[in-house]
Write a protein of this length. Structure first.
Length: 149
């Protein structure tokens, strides 16, 4: 997906999820989390990986899963829309997997994409969205889709 088209898709998801980009409502995060909308995907991943949900809705606007087999990965599934990030480390969010190089990371990518999720690359994460904070400052894709801290 081209970056401008992807950003348009992200902005549309933000408005739908929050009700507004300028006066956002965050209550949907808990409601969406409680509905476990990604359970079929999580169940499929759990058949191959040891999986632990470490989501903290005080800081995350995504479901955060630690996946372990031979390798360890951290998978973020946005609660705003079907967007995901995969990291090569459980603690270091600098090791973003954009081109999966191992069989395990390729398996995660394949599975998540088969469930309709779109991977977000590092360049897109830094772009600004239509979502604004209380001071009217535009939030980045990272802040809007994955991280509230």
């Amino acid at each position: 997906m081209q970056q401008s088209t992807l950003l348009d898709t992200i902005n549309q998801a933000i408005v739908v999820a929050h009700g507004s980009a300028t006066v956002p409502h965050y209550g949907f995060l808990q409601k969406t989390y409680d509905k476990r909308p990604y359970q079929p995907l999580v169940a499929e991943l759990a058949s191959r990986f040891a999986i632990t949900d470490t989501t903290d809705l005080n800081y995350d606007s995504a479901m955060v899963y630690h996946l372990c087999q031979q390798e360890e990965h951290c998978l973020l599934l946005s609660l705003v829309g079907k967007f995901f990030l995969l990291f090569d480390s459980l603690v270091d969010r600098e090791c973003l997997v954009e081109q999966p190089a191992t069989e395990e990371s390729r398996a995660v990518f394949r599975t998540v994409q088969q469930h309709g999720f779109v991977s977000i690359d590092r360049t897109t994460l830094e772009r600004h969205t239509c979502l604004v904070d209380d001071e009217g400052v535009s939030k980045t894709v990272w802040e809007a889709l994955f991280d509230r801290s």
